[in-house]
Design a protein around this ligand. Structure first.
Ligand code: DHB
Ligand code: FE
Length: 289
């Protein structure tokens, strides 16, 4: 039986990818940020998953206003890094896991969640920057990411966006789906995006450190309560792009304690840093007990 052993949460700022791609990680501005991921890169080596189920949002790259899936699961064999205007990032293509992805699609749809099935798409910074942060620099030609990745794209760009509660519940369904896969593999589930940031309008530049840290506390200790927070509170408190944080509830909803009986997950690592580009960066690694 497949099992979820850990969840990883991290912001996905595009400038972090650019800093890595241009060799600027040791510059004064960036060094403290990357130091927060030293532990995580070693942890990835010590706790290598067989598959990563990676919850992220597409930024009008693979999907435009022509087609807006609320939840889209990648069932393809591979995904190319997207060209977001400066050419594709120099990172390896992403290998998918069509068998497990198809199984999850079947199970989650039969649990009454509507998923869009995507066999072909490019993946933008929302997916590649978390991989770079957690796995370090990779040679784009000879290198590869440590394991296959199942992309799970959530619409947090074009309203209406899904509620935190729906994201949490779909995470619970994803856990059931993974645990009913008949192969003995170790899966990590990642929730990405956030934390507080606003890229546009009168409040551009907004960062709310108190709120972000409270969010991290609640995500660890009281995810059921956190799931009830309405989407407007994310926007008001964490800025228009802070709504990306609802995706973290998908990964948290997939942890063992949620439908018990299991203790709260172990906090293997917690990191918070302000700012990176326009964004507050938050990062957690939670291990199932
Ligand atoms: C920034 C952050 C994001 O989440 C994003 O998708 C694009 C830009 C930023 O901080 O610059
Ligand atoms: Fe974003």
């Amino acid at each position: 039986m497949a099992r979820i052993t850990a969840s990883v949460f991290t912001s996905h700022v595009p400038a972090i990818g650019a800093a890595m791609d241009m060799g600027k990680t040791q510059e004064a501005y960036w060094a403290p940020l990357f130091k927060g991921y030293d532990f995580s890169r070693q942890w990835m080596k010590d706790n290598k998953p067989d598959v990563i189920f990676l919850v992220y949002n597409d930024h009008a790259t693979a999907f435009s206003l022509d087609c807006i899936p609320t939840f889209a699961i990648g069932t393809g064999a591979e995904y190319q890094p997207a060209d977001e205007g400066w050419g594709p990032r120099p990172v390896p293509k992403v290998q998918g896991h069509p068998e497990l992805a198809s199984h999850i699609a079947q199970s989650v749809i039969q649990q009454d969640f509507d998923l869009t099935i995507v066999n072909k798409m490019d993946v933008d910074h929302g997916l590649t920057v978390p991989l770079s942060l957690m796995c370090g620099e990779q040679d784009p030609k000879s290198g590869s990411w440590p394991c296959p990745v199942i992309p799970f794209a959530v619409n947090v760009v074009q309203y209406p966006v899904p509620s935190g509660q729906r994201c949490f519940n779909i995470g619970r369904a994803i856990r059931k789906a993974i645990e009913s896969y008949d192969e003995d593999i170790n899966v990590h589930i990642w929730g990405t995006g956030g934390m507080s940031h606003q890229l546009q309008g009168a409040r551009a530049g907004l960062i709310n450190q108190d709120w972000d840290n409270k969010f991290l506390d609640l995500l660890i200790e009281n995810p059921n309560g956190l799931a009830k927070m309405p989407h407007i509170d994310y926007v008001r408190e964490a800025g228009s792009e802070g709504i990306e944080l609802v995706m973290w509830l998908i990964a948290r909803g997939a942890m063992s304690d949620v439908d018990g009986p299991a203790p709260l997950p172990k906090v293997a690592h917690r990191f918070y840093h302000v700012p990176a580009s326009n964004t507050a960066v938050g990062h957690l690694i939670l291990e199932n007990q």
